[in-house]
Design a protein around this ligand. Structure first.
Ligand SMILES: Cc1cc2nc3c(=O)[nH]c(=O)nc-3n(C[C@H](O)[C@H](O)[C@H](O)COP(=O)(O)OP(=O)(O)OC[C@H]3O[C@@H](n4cnc5c(N)ncnc54)[C@H](O)[C@@H]3O)c2cc1C
Length: 408
């Protein structure tokens, strides 16, 4: 039996290794437009590769129907993943919060070991080959590049990812390929990405980082809140809390809904505690200018800006500030509202939301419900995971189940 896999990322490589281990008679050709395999694995986790997570739940995934991932996460849970890793010689480092990294702390070793497994199983790698279209004629699949046709495949897995990180040659070709087989897809959008804000002083506070509580509002309704680092940048906001919030902000933004965030710079204190902290600071040093006093509790880049926002003269002495001004200041410190105007785009996104509709794909085998012998796995599907190893874990799990079915 002749198998084609489009995309040598986590999903495609896992599928190929799984299928060939189960059926040595398969001829497997993996096509990739890059000059090497696993380019996104190499880039992941800043080169450390947050490869999986021990706390796996379908609620860590977003999509039109996120319960689609339940079967895959059950069948290929973390312990099965760990077993697979051992089988290729990869040992793991499990952190207290459940995040998992290679013990070597290097994504390179993950890709190196996958490459060895592919070689020893005699799976063919056809690199620098961009598959533009796939056709099925007389029960056989034909893969087409711009110049050439590859014929005679009994089954094809499309695991070519979506548009996040185009600098790594990411494409959305899977969507055209799927459409030609009658599949529909949900619009794609950058996920786990920095957000642009309408705040006019962004350039003055860039580089400031503060653990905060970020609340997302869509058309005035609270959507979710996430605690973590906020990094102020020249275009707006980034940092872990913002990347996480972006997963819920970007799609509504693409629909022109009103998207706003509120930043609470003191998530561990309530309003009265923040008010008390400021009042006591101002009482202790009444002759000091408030701008310098504020640098005792927030970054010296933020202090003058927060006063500007509230139209409070920076040179005001602490003893002269009014109760109304203090209340306004406290409000900004714990409920700093900003309008989200755009995102940093696919180039800076870690993942892509949207994709091929999962209701048209079998959750157990990842085979298309529209075309026998055609499979989809990994990021091409309308499933995007939270930060923390969830995207790679879905790629591994879906690739595993697709590979198992392909081997039959
Ligand atoms: C900077 C960055 C950091 C990340 N960090 C993490 C992390 O720490 N943890 C985590 O879980 N996830 C992380 N992710 C997300 C994760 O890497 C992806 O979700 C995952 O790799 C998707 O795997 P995949 O196999 O579905 O697709 P991909 O890894 O995208 O693989 C698809 C392959 O197909 C190739 N291809 C595309 N189009 C074609 C075509 N037409 N013909 C032939 N080949 C084609 C691509 O070049 C690519 O090699 C990160 C992503 C980025 C960009």
């Amino acid at each position: 039996m002749k198998i084609a896999i489009v995309g040598a990322g986590a999903a495609g490589l896992m599928a190929a290794i799984t299928a060939k281990r189960l059926n040595k008679n398969l001829q497997i050709d993996i096509f990739d437009n890059n000059n090497g395999i696993g380019k996104k694995i190499l880039a992941s986790g800043n080169g450390r590769c947050n490869i999986s997570n021990t706390n796996l739940n379908f609620t860590n995934y977003i999509g039109e129907n996120n319960s689609f991932v339940k079967y895959a996460l059950n069948q290929f849970d973390f312990y099965n993943f760990e077993k697979f890793c051992k089988s290729i010689g990869l040992l793991l480092d499990i952190k207290e919060d459940g995040k998992v990294y290679p013990l070597s702390n290097e994504a390179k070793s993950v890709v190196g070991l996958l490459e060895k497994a592919i070689e020893s199983l005699k799976i063919n790698l056809i690199l620098e080959t961009k598959i533009e279209d796939i056709k099925k004629e007389k029960e056989k699949f034909i893969l087409k590049t711009q110049e050439k046709e590859y014929k005679g495949y009994d089954k094809v897995l499309v695991s070519s990812g979506l548009g996040a990180a185009p600098q790594l040659k990411a494409t959305e070709d899977a969507l055209n390929i799927a459409s030609n087989f009658g599949h529909s897809f949900n619009p794609t959008y950058p996920s786990l990405v920095g957000l642009h804000t309408d705040f006019e002083y962004n350039h003055k506070i860039q580089g400031v980082k503060k653990e905060s509580l970020v609340t997302l509002f869509i058309d005035g309704q609270k959507e979710c809140e996430i605690k973590g680092d906020v990094l102020f940048t020249k275009y707006g906001v980034s940092g872990f809390a913002i990347l996480d919030i972006s997963q819920y902000a970007v799609y509504p933004l693409s629909l022109y809904q009103d998207v706003q965030i509120s930043i609470n710079l003191f998530p561990e204190k309530n309003r009265n505690e923040v008010l008390g902290m400021i009042e006591s600071l101002f009482k202790t040093l009444p002759e000091e200018e408030i701008v310098s006093l504020l640098t005792g509790i927030i970054s010296n880049k933020l202090a003058p800006i927060l006063l500007d926002i509230n139209k409070i003269d920076k040179q005001t002495k602490a003893k002269d500030i009014t109760a109304k001004q203090i209340r306004a200041l406290v409000n900004t410190l714990i409920n700093w509202r900003m309008k989200i105007t755009d995102t940093q785009g696919f180039k800076h996104a870690e993942a892509s939301g949207g994709g091929i509709r999962v209701d048209e794909v079998d959750e157990r085998s990842f085979e298309s419900k529209k075309c026998k012998g055609l499979y989809f796995a990994g990021e091409v599907l309308d499933i995007v995971g939270n930060r923390g190893g969830y995207n790679l874990q879905f790629a591994w799990a879906s690739g595993f189940l697709a590979g198992k079915d392909i081997s039959k």
